[in-house]
Structure formats: structure tokens, C-alpha cells
Design a protein around this ligand. Structure first.
Ligand SMILES: Cc1cc2nc3c(=O)[nH]c(=O)nc-3n(C[C@H](O)[C@H](O)[C@H](O)COP(=O)(O)O)c2cc1C
Length: 549
């Protein structure tokens, strides 16, 4: 199968629309590995405008009188089984040079008038060649926030050329975002849908689900427009003092960057208290403040606000982080930037400024977005430690019952390997005690198992046990990529593990004293203090690292 790509952007391979086209082709190739492709870059070609002389219909039938690249283009169009037209939207239609290529297809049709079944408009010329079975794909980006309502000219053109709807179209608004590395999380996500569309097209057609994903906005309108406006580095208010000279003075790069960052703020995640983020760009000695409030974000340059969180960094480092070239947490561990003040903002950064689009990730992602729940892990152990001490037989039966019930009660939560292990261990210990094994051995052993479970999750590149649960408060599974988050959790998991190893020894002795029945209660009090310490440490430790201490 032969595929011809016609790239009508003056930017050639650097075109936004071409990024979508490349992704679409990649998807197609996954399904049809044997396809042959040829790409025409109009920006590099000599295609003169049609002279309107009709010599291609009269004196030299099928041949244009102009000698340029169009002769070969027609051969390529005839060669192709599928033609992919890729171009930006210019003044609500195709760019001029592409229009010239379309006009110059006149030699491909015969001069006679005919009515074609299902034709759009009134009038049609029969093709000079057999074009049956050839297919068309149209891929385009535009600059406004949505493609909706802006492509009527393009739809009309291709309806006339191919027959109404007789082509596949992917039109995407906010096209300029595809060249913003800082937003690659969202644009790459969109490109993955285009790739999927290409794959499905290779199988026969794009599914409704994928089409719906393609129709989603890259960013919400308000965010996009604020971001786009900020990118020009021109204060909008300047327009009021004279439109003709508007734009002569440009804001500094760091201010533009700060404004764009502010534009990404998700005010729906407003924490209930205003945050002032101060960005101090050390290399240019400039600071900007972003007020994150209930009604949105505002940028200040006069330093008039009291910062809640201050980030000190060279602008280049921050740009690299924003562009995804280096992870923020890695940069922090390497001492490339410092954070002063409240560190909570850093821990919840993605929920305030993340550019991915959680609601469009589909069923599979919805599954992975289910939260884990530490109660699933703790409840069976706590029951095992307290109830059998009151009444051995009923207590053990109750522990087994809890193990059976917990998965039912928490069926909406995602299970971890430690939840499953808990279930197996608590059930096993309860059965052993029912079968007559002495609690003097089984209870200390249960603490030992519990402690080992925590400790053994710490070494090497493993995700420490607490991280599986605390990630819910720090952006979900993405937090598991965060070096600082993992390190904090590794320390905490080790401390908890050691505590329970010591508890098992302590319990072994206690079980041999007259107050052995109170062991469960005494041992439940110690973790309360450790819990308070955990809550404090989770904030204190990353903040200390961020301060460069
Ligand atoms: C001359 C010109 C006209 C444009 N006209 C429109 C337009 O009518 N509607 C729109 O949404 N965007 C318009 N744009 C924005 C482009 O469509 C947008 O930047 C697109 O993503 C560029 O794609 P490319 O990188 O593939 O060339 C225009 C841009 C230029 C330079």
C-alpha cells in the first residue's frame, strides 16, 4: 500500500500539524508494516500558481504548461493509495501554497461537466484517471483554543474534492502547544491518541472512543488563552494606550515563563488558603511572585507579597525541569535549586500545575487511579493482636472473618501485595492458634512477620511499603518516580519495621508475665506516637533536603 504525505506547512518538518501526521503514520505502520510512504514538503517545492489558461484541457491534454515540481506531484498523487494532507489552518482554510497545489490538479480531470452521485455543490468534472479505491486523510492544527467551528472552509473544500465526509479528518486546536516542551506531558498524551487513531485507521477506521479523545481540548480554554497571551511577553493593558505601537516592548523571558506557569494553575485544586509562590531566578537576579487564589493566579513583580514558598534557581534549571529534561526531585537532590518556606506546594506540584489531562485517559487509567488503602493492611493485624487475647477461639475465628470481609468492604480500593500477604499471614496464624499452637509463640511471631514485611520492602530499588499508601496524597503512582518521596518513605518504612521487630521481642517476654492479656493494647499505643512522628517527618524531611541542608 502506498501512502503519500503532503505537508503544506511553511515550517516543513518543524510543523505542529506534521507532528500529528507522523504519529498517525507510526500508528498505521504498527498495523500495516509493509506500507510504502513518500512525503512532499511544499515549503521546499517550486509550485507556481495556476495561470487559468486551460491548456491542460485543450492544447496539451493532461499536461500543465508550467514546468515546475507539480508534474511529479501529480505522478505521486496517482501512485498513492492513501493521501494524507497535513497543514495548518490559515485564515480558516488551507495555506496559499497548498491551495496552489490543489488548483494545479486541474490536469487530472477532464473538462466535461457531469453530475456525480452524492456530489457536493452543483457541478463536477470526471477524473482523467481511475481514482476508485483511493482514500484521503486530512490532518491539521489551528491556533485558536478549539478546532470546532473553525474548519468549515476546510470541510467544505474536502467535501467538494472527495465527496461529503468521504475522508478521515483530525483537526486539533491549540496547535502551537505542540512546540512547547514544558507541556509535552499533555501534547505527548494527545499524540498517543493520534497514534492510536492511525493504528485503528490501518485496521479499517477510527473508533468513536478514540475520536472522542481527539476531540478533547489540550488545555481548558481559559488556561490555554492565558498561556498563549503570556507567551508574547506583552502586557495586554498596553493595547489600551495605543494599538499601533503595541508590542514594541517585550517582558523579560523569566517573567514570560512565570506568567505561563501561572496560567497552568488548576484553581479547582485551591487548598482553601492563598499561596504565594516566589520564583527567584538566581542567574538574572529577578524574582516574580505568583498568587494562587480561589479565583485563579496573578503574577506580581514588585515583591509586595509575603512568600509562602520561595524557589531559588537559575532560570535554565527551571526551564529544563518544566520541559521534562530533568525531574524536579532529581534536580533538588542534586542541589540545583533550593526551596524555602512551606514545602507542601512542592509535594502537590502536579495537582497545581500539572499539564496532563486526567479525565481523558480512559477505562484502563481509571482503574489504575483507584487508591490503595492502608486500613486493608492494618485492620486484620489489629484484630489479631487484640481480640484473641480476650477469647482465644472466638478471637481467632473473628480474625479469619475479618480477613474474609476486608476485601469486600474495601472492594473499591486497589490492593497491594502487602494487603494480600497480610490476609494470608493473619489467616494462617489464626488457624494455627485454633489448631492449638501456643499464643506465647504465635503472637510474637505475628509481630515479627509484620515487622519483616516492612523491612524487606526497603532494600534495593523496591518501592517501600509506606509509599504504596502515602502516594495517594502525592499525585498517585507518579509519586513512585519521585526520588525524594521514595527516600522519605524508605526511612519511615525502616523505622516502622524496626519498631515491630523490637515489639516482637518485647512481646515474647510480656507473654510470659501475668499481664500477657494486655499485650495487644500496650502494643497498640506505641504506634500512635510513631504515627504522629510519621506525619511530621513526611513534611519535615523533604523540606530539609529542599533547603539544601
Ligand atoms: C497566516 C496565519 C493565519 C492563521 N490563521 C488561523 C486561523 O484562521 N485560525 C486558527 O485557529 N489559527 C490560525 N493560525 C494559526 C495556525 O493555524 C497554528 O499556529 C498552527 O498550529 C500552525 O501549524 P503548523 O506548525 O503545522 O504550521 C494562523 C497562522 C498564520 C501564520
Amino acid at each position: 500500500m502506498n501512502i503519500l504525505v503532503i505537508n503544506g506547512s511553511p515550517k516543513g518538518a518543524g510543523s505542529n500539524s506534521y507532528q500529528l501526521t507522523t504519529a498517525f503514520l507510526e500508528g498505521m505502520k504498527q498495523e500495516l508494516p509493509d506500507i510504502q510512504t513518500k512525503e512532499l514538503f511544499i515549503s521546499r517545492m517550486d509550485i507556481k500558481p495556476c495561470k487559468g489558461c486551460f491548456s491542460c484541457w485543450s492544447s496539451t491534454p493532461g499536461q500543465c504548461c508550467i514546468q515546475d515540481d507539480m508534474g511529479q506531484n501529480i505522478q505521486d498523487l496517482l501512485w498513492a493509495d492513501i493521501t494524507i494532507w497535513s497543514f495548518p489552518l490559515y485564515y480558516f482554510t488551507v495555506p496559499g501554497p497548498l491551495k496552489s497545489l490543489i488548483d494545479r490538479q486541474l490536469p487530472m480531470v477532464l473538462p466535461f461537466m457531469e453530475e456525480k452521485e452524492g456530489q457536493v455543490g452543483n457541478g463536477n468534472h470526471p477524473s482523467r484517471y481511475d481514482m476508485s479505491g483511493k482514500r484521503t486523510v486530512v490532518i491539521s492544527t489551528c491556533g485558536f483554543y478549539t478546532a470546532e467551528g473553525n474548519y468549515d472552509g476546510v470541510y467544505s473544500l474536502f467535501d467538494h474534492l472527495c465527496g461529503r465526509g468521504n475522508y478521515t479528518a483530525i483537526f486539533c486546536g491549540q496547535g502551537e502547544l505542540f512546540r512547547v516542551p514544558e507541556l509535552s506531558a499533555r501534547t505527548d498524551e494527545y499524540l498517543s491518541y493520534v497514534r492510536q487513531a492511525g493504528k485503528e485507521y490501518g485496521k479499517g477506521g477510527i473508533s468513536i472512543e478514540t475520536q472522542e479523545l481527539l476531540n478533547q481540548l489540550l488545555l481548558p480554554r481559559e488556561t490555554f488563552e492565558a498561556c498563549a497571551d503570556a507567551s508574547w511577553g506583552i502586557d495586554r493593558k498596553g493595547a489600551e494606550s495605543g494599538r499601533e505601537s503595541f508590542g514594541a516592548t517585550r517582558e523579560s523571558d523569566t517573567l514570560i515563563f512565570t506568567r505561563q506557569m501561572a496560567a497552568l494553575y488548576h484553581r479547582e485544586n485551591y487548598p482553601g488558603k492563598d499561596i504565594v509562590l516566589e520564583m527567584y531566578y538566581t542567574d538574572v537576579d529577578e524574582s516574580c511572585q505568583i498568587l494562587l487564589g480561589r479565583d485563579g493566579s496573578h503574577v506580581y513583580t514588585d515583591g509586595s507579597l509575603i512568600a509562602t514558598t520561595r524557589i531559588e534557581t537559575p532560570a535554565a534549571v527551571w526551564r529544563s525541569i518544566a520541559a521534562g529534561e530533568i525531574r524536579g526531585d532529581e534536580a533538588m537532590m542534586q542541589g540545583l535549586y533550593r526551596v524555602k518556606g512551606d514545602f507542601t506546594l512542592m509535594l502537590k506540584w502536579d495537582s497545581y500545575f500539572g499539564s496532563s489531562h486526567p479525565q481523558v485517559k480512559g477505562e484502563e487509567a481509571a482503574q489504575s487511579q483507584k487508591n490503595t488503602n492502608m486500613n486493608i493492611l492494618l485492620i486484620p493485624w489489629v484484630v489479631l493482636w487484640i481480640v484473641p487475647a480476650m477469647h482465644r477461639q472466638w478471637g481467632c475465628l473473628m480474625s479469619i472473618g475479618v480477613c474474609a470481609l476486608v476485601p469486600l468492604i474495601f472492594y473499591r480500593n486497589k490492593k497491594t501485595v502487602y494487603d494480600v500477604l497480610t490476609n494470608v499471614l493473619v489467616t494462617g496464624i489464626s488457624i494455627a492458634m485454633l489448631a492449638g499452637c501456643s499464643e506465647k509463640w504465635m503472637v510474637p511471631l505475628s509481630y515479627l512477620f509484620f515487622g519483616l514485611m516492612w523491612l524487606l520492602s526497603c532494600p534495593g530499588g523496591q518501592v517501600p511499603l509506606t509509599a504504596h499508601y502515602s502516594m495517594n496524597s502525592y499525585g498517585g503512582e507518579d509519586a513512585l518516580q519521585n526520588v525524594l518521596f521514595l527516600k522519605t518513605n524508605r526511612i519511615l518504612t525502616m523505622l516502622w519495621g524496626i519498631l515491630y521487630l523490637l515489639t516482637s521481642v518485647f512481646t515474647w517476654f510480656m507473654m510470659r508475665t501475668p499481664i500477657s492479656g494486655l499485650v495487644g493494647l500496650i502494643n497498640s499505643a506505641v504506634p500512635i506516637f510513631m504515627g504522629v512522628f510519621t506525619v511530621w517527618f513526611q513534611k519535615w524531611y523533604p523540606a530539609k533536603v529542599a533547603e539544601g541542608k
